[in-house]
Write a protein that binds this ligand. Structure first.
Ligand code: DPP
Ligand code: ZN
Length: 873
């Protein structure tokens, strides 16, 4: 199949101004009557509407049935020849089978209800359409269903007429959405669901009815999401001046969902994982995710819905921007420093390996075969970093002026990245030509920094050099504009003043690196500074600086930027871990860096620091992080051994202090999911995890005790995780107890599946295979699949990357099987192979064999074919 290219964009030949939908819901034979008001834009006389696995049951134009020779219909295309050159009404009837829809795109069944997912290209599985985001229409939706089966009937927009259909046991409801929208934002839900209801009064005084729907009996678990929704609505008013625009806002939680959630206008549909939360079933991290995803989808109402994307190449226009907005929201709700560290951790763990491997693509891709494979960390997380850099470069006021202009100018539009950037350029006078390379050049830039202090002239010279690695289709790169937030730290920990600076544009504490290499000269510097660069992670780059261990230790203790305190500790740990891995590979024993132990001890004991921050510092880089840093010829066993050894060294040096912190934090406190309270648990559990790693009887006993007595899921699961991560025999009965306790709660059992899959032991693979047949597992449910198979492939590096290739074969077999039913989720699992080329030769060969076996399998979906082809290229 030919790929889609950004360069080939052409506007649609027709507008569809109104869409009138009539659904007669039935589990296996749903009838959809679509009345499309179509207006030619030009002189085209042939109308082509796309479908996907559709059956056409009727077709008429301006009320007259079309003759057989006036059109052709296949499951994927409806061609109407000789349409009028004036507005006309096309009526299309299709028949679809929601029960057979295992792809979870279009109309399907979940949790006993009917629901939809239309982004990116699911609407074409409901009716033939111009299923592209630049076709905006006003929708009216009538839903008819058996009242006993579906007392609740929801669609986008505001509620209209509803009532019974006498004598039939059926009823109907009409919904009208006055805001023109693309088809990917269409949604419908029908079923028998419980609800929590509330209301919100907007800044102009309009009352909005809010509801969150879920399985009966789970209503109380929706209250936190409801609270997060109201806080999101208020925050968007104060932070961005954006007010909600319909009379109702509905959220529905469903159990079978390919993605996290979906921002359908006025009717968000969520993976229940991101709605349901109570202390007994959700961890603190779950609560934070619920808050963040609720906010994300709500914020799409402006960034995505009121202003949508012209085409799918522009996906980051809504996603990068909306991730930035939800990150800012969570920072305001919680600790900004800790949120930033957590977000950068995610970026480095998920986006950096993508950007450095075969699946690398620009934030705005220019070519794709299958768009659903581009809902990636690059589009989302790196896309958010690009928006954050814009704010760093323009300042908060300039950024806000640009956003205001964007909202004013493009409300109602299907816009592009060029439209977006033009608003900031116009609002501030900034030339963003070079900056726009962030959208088109893939790859993580490397910034090498070298400092030199000239005491005699009180001069500090900082040389910054950037290089951007080649990525698929982009062998050569141009220098980018990289905002480097900085400070020159003096001996007492204060940032040093300087009299003048030359060699680069410097605005306040931001150096604009714009050339391949620049030397920035600071005059009037009183003493040798320790440079603190990339404060707050001001750009998504890899910084290489040959700072001494002493300087890094000093930064951990003294940098006034909390992010760089954390980063300095991570850098110290990473150096030690990488050295330890090569020592292991060479049969030597590495030694822990004493500066690292000092740094961790200093942070551990510093009660002025937030507990959540201290917890972040204690979490040394993961095995996957270490492998990425090593970059080639990786031996995952050596990596695991190095990490284990370093953790043991930390415990043996800091043992009594760890215990003291654990004891001091243990004081009884009733559970509350707020950030402060959660931070205390995070620190206590980070300490517990370290202590248990040593295998000491006392520590293991403490973990078992915490597991058995905890009054909340965070502490219970953390204790269980510590036992599992250390592969201790005590895990077995605890895992069993946990499963028994939550056997009727699938979302909690996902945590159990993931822990089972993450035990670093050779027998884990057989255990995971056995769990595929366990009644608590269901291959039809994406959450179960991600928890068990995804957990194994992403969290158990040494076992997925087994030297005998059995881990690869297992995941490959699973992907091939799943691909026949749910290609989107299968393709996403396959992404676990993205770093196969960085493995040592034996594993590399085994991974390649597994990938080739997938590539040569018959009848691969376009989704999986696309990923496997690019991964092997
Ligand atoms: N547009 C959705 C989101 O990211 C993806 N399904 O919110
Ligand atoms: Zn989104």
């Amino acid at each position: 199949e030919a790929p889609f290219r950004l360069a080939d964009y052409a506007p649609p030949a027709f507008d569809i101004t109104h869409v009138d939908l009539d659904f007669r819901l039935d589990r296996t034979e749903t009838r959809v009557l679509a009345r499309l008001s179509i207006r030619p834009r030009g002189t085209a006389t042939v109308l082509e509407l796309v479908g996907d696995e559709l059956v056409l049951a009727g077709l008429s134009l301006d009320g007259a049935p079309l003759a057989a020779d006036a059109f052709t219909a296949t499951p994927s295309l409806l061609t109407v020849r000789a349409v009028p050159d004036r507005p006309f009404l096309l009526e299309i009837e299709t028949v679809i089978d929601p029960s057979a829809n295992t792809k979870l795109m279009g109309l399907y069944r979940s949790t006993g209800a009917y629901c939809t997912q239309c982004e990116a290209e699911g609407f074409r599985r409901i009716t033939y359409f111009l299923d592209r985001p630049d076709v905006l229409s006003v929708y009216t939706t009538r839903i008819e269903a058996l009242k006993s089966e579906a007392p609740l009937l929801l669609a986008n927009g505001n509620p209209g007429a509803h009532g019974d259909i006498p004598g039939s046991g059926r009823h109907f409801a009409v919904w009208h959405d006055p805001f023109p929208k693309p088809s990917y934002l269409f949604a419908l839900v029908a079923g028998d669901l419980g609800a929590v209801k509330d209301s919100f009064t907007t800044m102009s005084g309009r009352k909005v009815d809010l509801a969150i729907y879920c399985e009966h009996g789970k209503e109380a678990r929706c209250l936190y999401a409801m609270d997060a929704l109201k806080r999101s609505m208020r925050w968007d008013e104060t932070a961005f001046g954006r007010e909600y625009d319909l009379d109702v806002f509905n959220i529905v939680a469903v159990s079978d969902f390919n993605m996290g959630a979906m921002e359908n206008k006025g009717l968000n549909i969520f993976n229940d994982k991101y709605v349901l939360a109570d202390p007994n079933t959700a961890t603190d991290v779950d609560y934070a995710n619920v808050e963040g995803v609720i906010a994300h989808e709500y914020f799409h109402n402006w960034t995505g819905n009121r202003i949508t994307c012209r085409d799918w190449f522009q996906l980051c226009l809504k996603e990068g921007l909306t991730v930035f907005r939800d990150q800012e929201f969570s920072s305001d709700m919680r600790s900004r420093a800790v949120k930033r560290i957590a977000d950068v951790r995610t970026l480095q763990a998920r986006q950096f390996p993508e950007d450095g491997g075969p699946l690398a693509h620009p934030v705005r891709p220019e070519i794709y075969h299958e768009i659903s494979n581009f809902y990636t960390p690059t589009v989302y997380e790196k896309g958010a970093e690009v928006v954050r850099m814009l704010q760093t470069i323009l300042g908060e006021d300039g950024f806000r002026r640009g956003m205001d202009l964007y909202f004013n100018r493009h409300d109602g539009d299907a816009a592009t990245i060029e439209d977006f950037l033009a608003c900031f350029a116009e609002a501030t006078g900034e030339d963003l030509t070079q900056f726009s390379l962030w959208y088109s050049q893939a790859g993580t830039p490397q910034v090498a920094a070298r400092g030199e202090f000239d005491a005699r002239h009180r001069r500090y010279r900082l040389t910054l050099a950037q290089s951007i690695p080649a990525t698929p289709g982009q062998p050569v790169k141009r220098p980018m504009q990289i905002p480097v937030r900085f400070g020159l730290i003096g001996p007492n920990g204060e940032d040093l003043d300087f009299a003048s600076v030359s060699g680069a544009r410097v605005d306040g504490d931001v150096i604009h690196l714009t050339a391949a290499s620049q030397t920035v000269t600071f005059e009037g510097v009183s003493t040798r500074p320790v440079p603190s660069l990339l404060r707050g992670f001001s750009a998504p780059v890899r910084l290489a600086i040959d700072a001494s261990a002493e300087d890094l230790l000093f930064q951990v203790r003294a940098d006034r930027d909390p992010f760089n305190r954390w980063q300095a500790a991570q850098t110290l740990a990473m150096r030690s871990l990488v050295a330890g891995a090569s020592a292991t590979a060479e049969g030597r024993n590495g030694a822990a860096e004493p500066a690292l132990i000092d740094a961790l001890g200093a942070v551990l004991d510093d009660e002025k620091l937030e507990p959540a921050f201290r917890a972040q510092v204690l979490q040394i880089p993961s095995e996957a992080d270490i492998a990425r840093e090593i970059g080639e010829n990786v031996d995952p066993d050596a990596v695991a051994a190095s990490r284990k050894r370093l953790r043991l060294a930390i415990v043996s040096s800091l043992g009594p202090r760890l215990l003291a912190v654990h004891t001091a934090l243990g004081a009884e406190q009733s559970y509350s999911p707020d950030a402060g309270n959660a931070g205390v648990r995070a620190l206590r559990n980070a300490v517990l995890d370290l202590m248990v790693a040593s295998g000491s009887r006392a520590a293991v006993g403490a973990a078992v005790w915490q597991f058995e007595t905890a009054d909340n899921m965070t502490d219970r699961l953390a204790a269980l995780a510590a036992l599992c991560h250390a592969a201790l025999p005590e895990r077995l009965s605890a895992l069993h107890t946990f499963h028994e306790a939550y056997r009727s709660d699938p979302l909690v059992l996902d945590k159990w599946l993931t822990l089972e899959a993450s035990v670093p032991a050779p027998e884990t693979l057989d255990r995971v295979k056995a769990l595929l047949a366990h009644p608590s597992f269901a291959a039809s449910n994406p959450n179960r699949v991600r928890a068990l198979v995804g957990g194994f492939a992403s969290l158990n590096q040494a076992q997925f990357n087994r030297a005998d290739g059995a881990g690869y074969d297992f995941v490959a077999d699973f992907v091939l099987d799943l691909d026949r039913r749910n290609p989107q989720t299968a393709a996403r699992l396959l992404v676990a192979f993205r770093s196969w080329r960085s493995m040592e030769p034996v594993r590399r060969a085994a991974a390649e064999a597994a990938l080739r076996r997938i590539a040569s399998a018959p009848k691969l979906s376009p989704d999986t074919l696309d990923i496997v082809t690019r991964t092997l290229a």
